[in-house]
Design a protein around this ligand. Sequence first.
Ligand code: ZN
Length: 60
Amino acid sequence: MGDIRGIPTPICPFCQSNLINITASFNPENYEIEMYLLDNASCADCGALLTAPTPADLPS
Ligand SMILES: [Zn+2]
């Protein structure tokens, strides 16, 4: 199992999966994702530990 925490990524660099497990909280009024933990993410396919991305991480 890999571990590349510290580098925000929307795609697993090990298996190229774009399904990421995150720990999220939901807004009780509109059921939208309110926030998610960045350093508690993993690849849904291979289980590699990742850092979840945010829009602020987009390269400019
Ligand atoms: Zn993976």
